[in-house]
Design a protein around this ligand. Structure first.
Ligand SMILES: Nc1ncnc2c1ncn2[C@@H]1O[C@H](COP(=O)(O)OP(=O)(O)O)[C@@H](O)[C@H]1O
Ligand SMILES: [Mg+2]
Length: 337
């Protein structure tokens, strides 16, 4: 029960006088209570999200088709139903992504698949997680997750794939292990897998795990930008374009999700973007979690709102009129996001 995905919520909840009842200590299942009101949570997923809505957003093919039908930009997709059609899809798009339909954290995802042999291996990998697999057009762009609470844009992070920096002595395998040891001391789930997918990415770069990169040379060892495959995240709330925020707001409304993370791949130079994922159960965790959690709790228990919460608003001018002197004074005390 006690991981950063629960404690970021439970600590903030207690700080505003909410009660926390653990329903199963072996699972992240708990209830937040205020007087007679109670909301059941599984990490940040609450009973306010209907089961059908959860499925529609969480199932990668269902979400992709739903978004496409409503005119949102999504990569082309094909649900895997045999190799003949899969090879045709690959020939059509040249570079594709293969992923299981209902997983998370980059599990079973193969990016930039280019040959029929890679396709077979990628489908086999995805199928170790579940039977339903999608093939998706591989698009290029910066990975930006926009987070909305109650339909309102509250934070964004830029996610980057795992990379290591050479020291002229250690091999890539040693650098990865070293980075994993450091990362795992903080969070065991934040590790770069030393698997076929990492080796495939290195082969793309003409490298092998036994190679020794030059001192200061940065090598991107993974293509997925997930935290759970060793990727990193930086808060970019103020830097997201108004257009992307508006699109995210329309997506949140379409799905009717009270808390949602919408993942875009943004190709700014070509003024293009695609939505690759809609997360109804996103992690509320660092680096943006302390901001998001206050909006999350405000939304669940409006009566528990602390006066100070207003300072979290990332766009005071837009959302609430121009910031008052008091807003500015209070906001100084908080780290910028
Ligand atoms: N169509 C795509 N084109 C390029 N990269 C992609 C595409 N789809 C996914 N990726 C990369 O793979 C990662 C994981 O894929 P995603 O669909 O988000 O699955 P998960 O639910 O496991 O996070 C993404 O964060 C992104 O870095
Ligand atoms: Mg994802």
């Amino acid at each position: 029960m006690n991981s950063v995905y629960t404690t970021t919520i439970t600590r903030a909840a207690r700080a505003r006088g909410l009660r926390v009842a653990v329903l199963d200590s072996s699972q992240p299942v708990f209830e937040l209570r205020r007087g007679r009101e109670a909301v059941r949570c599984y990490n940040a997923l609450t009973d306010r999200v209907g089961a059908a809505t959860f499925f529609l957003a969480n199932h990668k093919h269902a979400a992709n088709q739903f978004l496409r039908r409503h005119g949102f930009p999504v990569p082309a997709q094909l649900k895997f139903g045999g190799f003949a059609a899969a090879k045709k899809f690959l020939a059509q798009h040249q570079r594709i992504v293969v992923k299981p339909c209902m997983q998370w954290g980059g599990r079973g995802v193969a990016v930039d698949v280019r040959t029929p042999a890679e396709l077979r291996a990628a489908v086999r990998l995805a199928r170790t997680f579940e039977d339903e697999v999608v093939l998706e057009q591989c698009v290029r762009g910066e990975d930006q997750r926009l987070i909305l609470v109650g339909g309102r844009y509250v934070a964004a992070i830029r996610r980057t794939p795992a990379a290591v920096t050479g020291d002229g002595r250690r091999t890539l395998a040693q650098l990865i292990r070293r980075q994993n040891r450091r990362a795992c001391a903080v969070d065991p789930s934040h590790r770069i897998p030393l698997d076929a997918e990492t080796r495939r990415q290195l082969a793309r770069l003409g490298r092998r795990l036994a190679d020794v990169p030059r001192a200061g040379e940065r090598v991107q060892v993974r293509l997925t930008s997930n935290y759970h495959t060793g990727g990193d995240a930086a808060v970019i709330t103020g830097a997201v374009t108004p257009q992307l925020r508006r699109v995210a707001q329309r997506v949140a409304k379409l799905f009717g999700l009270p808390l949602v993370g919408i993942d875009f791949l943004v190709d700014a130079p070509h003024r293009k973007f695609w939505i690759i994922e809609v997360s109804p159960d996103l992690a509320i965790s660092p680096p943006e979690g302390d901001t998001v959690v206050e909006f999350f709790l405000d939304d669940l228990f409006p009566g528990s709102r602390r006066k100070q919460q207003a300072v979290c608003c990332p766009t005071p001018g837009k959302a609430r009129g121009h910031p008052s002197k008091a807003w500015k004074a209070r906001n100084k005390k908080r780290p910028a996001t």
